[in-house]
Design a protein around this ligand. Structure first.
Ligand code: DQA
Length: 155
């Protein structure tokens, strides 16, 4: 069966390309999703994409991914800084989770410096713009290969 990576984006990320392009870039979410789907295919991986402005929908998606996925790439948007519920949903996940932020949240307002998601993430990427999603996929493809015993030895 094909391994599936879940690409989850939280509130307001549907507005990428329109909202504060000087902070978040001009690439649209559709462009990001298409690029990740295409790159994943080159690794033999499938991608399921979901964007929601609703916390509960994201939690349902995490619970679904937990049972059906090989990895999660998540940009939780502002829920990063507020959601104990997302933290708890991810706590129950055993597949690798990569937290992505387009902007470097650590050089922005203090209320963005804390993430409830990071303690549950295998890796955190912030400030690399849309390229952060590509980095996350490459990491997951590598760790998927490791889990499947097809690729890299742990050193
Ligand atoms: C964001 C950073 C968050 O602080 C913000 O609320 C977002 C986007 C990012 O990708 O840089 O919506 O997650």
């Amino acid at each position: 069966m094909t391994d599936v990576i879940f690409l989850l984006n939280g509130p307001n990320l549907n507005l990428l390309g329109q909202r504060r392009p000087e902070v978040y870039g001009s690439t649209t979410l559709g462009d990001i999703e298409n690029a990740i789907i295409e790159r994943a295919a080159s690794y033999g991986l499938a991608v399921e994409c979901l964007q929601s402005n609703h916390e509960g929908v994201l939690i349902d998606a995490i619970q679904h991914a937990r049972l059906n996925g090989s990895g999660i790439i998540i940009n939780p948007g502002a829920y990063t800084h507020t959601s104990i519920a997302l933290h708890d949903a991810l706590e129950a996940v055993e597949i690798p989770v990569v937290e992505v932020h387009l902007s470097n949240i650590h050089r922005r307002e203090p209320f963005r410096h804390h993430s409830y998601v990071s303690p549950q993430a295998s890796a955190v990427i912030a400030g690399a713009g849309a390229y952060g999603y590509t980095m996350a996929l490459d990491y997951l493809a590598t760790s998927a290969a490791r889990v499947l015993g097809q690729g890299f030895e742990e050193s």
